[in-house]
Design a protein around this ligand. Structure first.
Ligand code: G1P
Ligand code: ZN
Length: 553
């Protein structure tokens, strides 16, 4: 029932809570069919606004998304609700488009109060795909747990939401410039400009331009997702790469049926090209909302954990990091390759739970400069999100100033630091009860594992990771089960917080190898014994009823 409030066309709509609007690793992610239920999005947006302090009224909000199906509908709804909440101004990317890193950049550059990002990252798009929404705070990063918990509490008790009655047809997202919704100013901004300027201020664009002009070839696969316009403007228009260097560069509502999660499984076309005679000098891909990256050399997909370590080891070659790094942070499941670099550089390395929100405080407090996750996410203190295009340009900067190929940089890194063989095995769409039971039972027997021997491996530590934030002392429990062996090898298991179907069990495997004669081993071969140990400890195959993982990266 709509009750007209009588103030400037603001309606008060009575509503009732929807079950399960709990923000996960990166905000609220559900099927489009769930999001498009009457009042579903509105309830969550109102819950966000209800959790904001009063000074949010009269401030500036940033809104944009990855262009997937439902993006435009959601943005118009949010604009109408932002007006009803009393924001003075909203900056929105043209066409509703802002990559996640660009949204973070725009929030920071304009000293906005916060931002709402519409994305389900790498999850499939389209009418039958996924949609997502998350709130970012004034530092440009994902809201911390204190806020996401408050939002969740509001979703459980919501009874009304507020929305302007302006007609959707009057909201023009495609023309640069300003218009008003009631008292609120909306500015439609170029989706790429601020972001491109920022990258230019970080990297040695001249060196990269020179390298490209001298014939260096590259292929950036935007996978029909939102990195396309960013990569095209920066790599082709500004850095001068030939047209066609950026492929699949039109963001599509269903990603053209592609699965924009850059890993060797989903970006198989890119990997095949990089493994062929026609391989360009450099290959890269990004995900649905352009915060992930995959770097590919000839016959070599760089492991994200290695990528973080390599960027850290060479960071001084990039103008913005010339003075060195304050520290490095990695998520707990990410390999310890970066720890070795941090030790070598004499800087701290922090281990955080999975999810970018845990890096925010460390970055804000000046404790770290670079951070990364095994899930193809790398970033720095330039914004508060991981950043796919930034990582790609970082690699190009290193290649340009060292004159070394991707493969050379990786092999030389292993020679200096040793190789951390690494793989993640995902068991997707597992029945939730079975997955929860697996984790619960495993948790219960962790104490007995310590000291036990499995083949060549002895368990040195087994726990459920908990994290105390060194800045605000907040504690996050149950962040993943770690089984660490006496030689430093690790098995980590946790349930995904971003999946939308049943449960996804992630098994992370890591083995350190110092002997260069073994660097050429196949990763799964090198990890074989650990894979078997993981199954014998957690009874994965039997309990998930899956003989093999659904995705191996
Ligand atoms: C996954 C990744 C995690 C990343 C998140 C958002 O979360 O594992 O590293 O931060 O997506 O991109 P998960 O599904 O494992 O909870
Ligand atoms: Zn993403």
């Amino acid at each position: 029932m709509i009750v007209f409030g009588g103030v400037m066309g603001i309606c008060v709509v009575n509503t009732t809570p929807f079950a399960g609007q709990k923000p996960g690793t990166s905000g609220l992610r559900k099927k489009v069919t769930v999001f498009s239920q009457a009042g579903y999005l509105e309830n969550f947006v109102q819950a966000i606004f209800n959790s904001l302090p009063a000074d949010s009224k009269g401030s500036t909000l940033v809104v944009g998304g990855d262009g997937r199906y439902y993006n435009r509908v959601a943005i118009k709804t949010i604009l109408k609700m932002a007006s009803a909440h009393g924001f003075a101004k909203v900056l929105v990317g043209r066409g509703g488009i802002l990559s996640t890193p660009a949204a973070s950049c725009v929030i920071r550059k304009n000293a906005a109060y916060g931002g709402i990002i519409l994305s389900a990252s790498h999850n499939p798009g389209g009418v039958d795909g996924d949609f997502g929404i998350k709130y970012n705070i004034s530092n440009g990063g994902p809201a911390p747990e204190s806020i996401t918990n408050a939002i969740y509490e509001h979703t459980e008790s919501i009874s009304q939401y507020y929305i302007s009655d302006v007609a959707d047809e009057l909201i023009d997202l495609d023309t640069l410039g300003t218009f008003k919704i009631d008292n609120m100013l909306v500015e439609v901004v170029d989706s790429v400009a601020d972001y491109a300027d920022m990258l230019e201020s970080i990297f040695d664009f001249d060196a990269i331009k020179k390298m490209i002009a001298s014939g260096f070839s590259l292929r950036f696969d935007a996978m029909s997702a939102v990195s396309g316009p960013y990569a095209k403007r920066i790599i082709e228009d500004i850095l001068g790469a030939p047209k066609g260097s950026v492929v699949n560069c039109e963001p599509k509502e269903d990603f053209g049926g592609l699965h924009p999660d850059p890993n060797p499984v989903n970006a198989s076309e890119l990997v095949a090209i990089m493994n062929s005679e026609q391989a360009p000098d450099f290959g890269a891909a990004s995900d649905g909302d352009a915060d992930r990256n995959m770097i590919v050399g000839k016959n070599l997909a760089v492991a994200p954990s290695d990528s973080l370590a390599i960027l850290a080891a060479h960071a001084k070659l990039v103008p913005a990091y010339r003075d060195g790094l304050l520290g490095i942070a990695r998520s707990m499941p990410t390999s310890t390759a970066a720890d070795r670099v941090a030790k070598h550089l004499g800087i701290p390395c922090y281990e955080t739970p999975t999810g970018w929100k845990f890096f925010g405080n460390l970055l804000d407090a000046g404790k770290v400069t670079l951070c990364g996750e095994e899930s193809y996410g790398t970033g720095s203190n330039h914004i508060r999100e991981k950043d796919g295009v930034w990582a790609v340009i970082f690699w190009l900067n290193l290649i340009a100033v060292t004159g070394k190929s991707v493969n050379q940089l990786v092999f030389e890194h292993w020679l200096q630091f040793g190789r951390n063989f690494y793989s993640r095995h995902d068991y997707e769409a597992v029945e939730s009860a079975a997955a929860n039971k697996l984790v619960e039972d495993l948790r219960a027997k962790l104490g007995q594992l310590v000291g036990q021997q499995f083949g060549n491996y002895t368990v040195a530590l087994a726990d459920d990771f908990s994290y105390t934030d060194p800045v605000d002392n907040s504690v996050s429990h149950k962040q993943g089960i770690r089984i660490i062996f006496s030689d430093g090898s690790r098995i980590v298991m946790r349930l995904s917080g971003t999946g939308t179907e049943g449960a996804t069990l992630r098994v992370y495997l890591e083995k350190y190898e110092a002997d260069s004669k073994k660097f050429g081993l196949d990763t799964q071969e090198a990890l074989r014994e650990l894979i078997e140990i993981a199954d014998s400890i957690a009874e994965i195959k039997q309990r998930t009823n899956m003989p093999e993982p659904t995705v191996v990266t």
